[in-house]
Design a protein around this ligand. Sequence first.
Ligand SMILES: N[C@@H](CCC(=O)N[C@@H](CS)C(=O)NCC(=O)O)C(=O)O
Length: 271
Amino acid sequence: MASIYGDDTPDSIKNSKGLHLVTQSTPNGQKVQIFLEELKELYGTEWDTTLINIGTNEQKKDWFLRLDPNGRIPILVDNSVSPPFTQSLFHDNYQTHTLTPPGPRNLRRTPLPRKEIRQKRRLRLQRRTRAQRSPPMALLLARLGRTLPRPNQPLHARAPEKIPYAINRFRNETLRVYGVLEIRLSGKYTGEPREYLAGKGKGKYSVADIGTWPWVKGWKMSGFTEEELSAFPHLLKWVDRIAERPAVKRGISEKYSKDSTDSSVAKWKLQ
Ligand SMILES: N[C@@H](CCC(=O)N[C@@H](CS)C(=O)NCC(=O)O)C(=O)O
């Protein structure tokens, strides 16, 4: 059977014994960094990390494409199964499903190749039912389908060629998405403000928050002013609330920085 590793695959990935995250600390990377840090806190989940620089197109090299033909970070490799299993993360319902809490047991439930067909059939069923019965899941899937990655698209305003129509389109769409989140968090139409995006009552911290927060927290970098954001007071409080979580702090910390971090956002590949 063809290996997912080649001579050019970094040793840190090939030799890892269990879960291995390949990431860069962009919002997409941070979603999974935070998620794993939360799992660690709750269940003691362990993993190793390889940081790459998408600015130098590491993600388009053969070793990476062998792991994920999509050529985008983050990816998670599981060397504890044979042959190792790999997933590009968070943008696929199947992956969202697999990584949904209650946690590490789910991570280990990645399908073994010989059971793949049977498991896929079961997952297809579960995916539907879980998305239907789980508000965080439904919200995250809705977010992935509709809003992503608009909250960061104003970054395109920094592209060398300035196209006013496109810039305004991204800005307005992002403000619209902020407005949707503000309605949700303020309880404008339910009479009950929320602390988190999904769950009953005031809500419960979930993958919906983890998946959305890294995109929204960078509103300043996306070129919005405090005056513009003052229209979304509940959203701003939510940004601060999530930022206070220790796992979130770790998930966006120096631990995940190489030479490219949030502060060098202009170096990101514009998506
Ligand atoms: N895993 C996501 C993609 C995540 C994503 O867009 N990652 C960006 C960084 S935030 C990336 O790797 N960009 C580099 C590129 O497109 O070459 C997917 O499968 O769609």
